[in-house]
Design a binder for this molecule. Structure first.
Ligand code: GSH
Length: 202
């Protein structure tokens, strides 16, 4: 089994953290989706990473589907609860966190376009999504030790990857000072071996 992705991709990081937490062996192959000769479309017609190549016939995408697959592959360290309501609440955290990423990755891509083609209005709208989602995450976390109930789950993985990406690409967004509970939570997550081994880099 191999994971196709990039060291900067936060969605790829989510999968890498899940693989490490669940102690699943998997090769990591770096492929840039934007490279002119990119092979990513060999595995995913959408041309996006991450992709999990399970065998010659089976590739899995996107990150949400991959993490669900991996959680079912091994009983070690279950990250998504079984019962429907609990599962939905964990996945809501993932949707919120991935929503931060969709806006943030979109802004990074927009800023790479020629200056005259960028839309500042669109960027401002995306920044608004990020701001509101951070406020929601801080409010939902409150003073609890974990995002969902009493233990580490996919909710923490997803939030940690979203906040880690903001730190990487948007150091000017002051979420750590504005929300001390997110600051504390991120510091705790960053100490886990799974997060340490996947810190985003260019
Ligand atoms: N919803 C997807 C998002 C994946 C995504 O947008 N990945 C980016 C890299 S961070 C990508 O491959 N972009 C290339 C493209 O959109 O063409 C997931 O969760 O896997």
């Amino acid at each position: 089994m191999k994971l196709i992705g990039t060291p900067a991709s936060p969605y790829t990081r989510k999968v890498r953290v899940v693989l490490a937490e669940k102690r699943i062996d998997c090769d990591f192959e770096i492929h840039q989706p934007s490279a002119p000769d990119s092979r990513v479309t060999d595995w995913n017609p959408l041309g996006k990473v991450p992709v999990l190549v399970v065998d010659e016939e089976t590739t899995i995408f996107d990150s949400r589907v991959i993490v669900e697959y991996l959680d079912g592959v091994s009983p070690v360290s279950r990250l998504i609860p079984e019962p429907s309501r609990q599962r939905i609440l964990v996945r809501r955290w993932e949707a919120l966190s991935d929503g931060i990423l969709d806006a943030a990755v979109g802004i990074v891509n927009e800023r790479r376009r020629p200056a005259g083609e960028q839309s500042s209005d669109w960027i401002v709208r995306q920044l608004g999504k990020i701001d509101r989602a951070i406020v929601e995450a801080a409010s939902q976390l409150g003073d609890r030790a974990w995002c969902y109930e009493e233990g580490f789950s996919l909710a923490d993985v997803a939030l940690g990857c979203a906040l880690g990406y903001l730190e990487f690409r948007f150091p000017e967004i002051p979420w750590r000072t504005a929300h001390p509970n997110l600051n504390r939570h991120m510091d705790k997550l960053a100490k886990r071996a799974s997060f340490e081994a996947s810190v985003p880099k260019v």
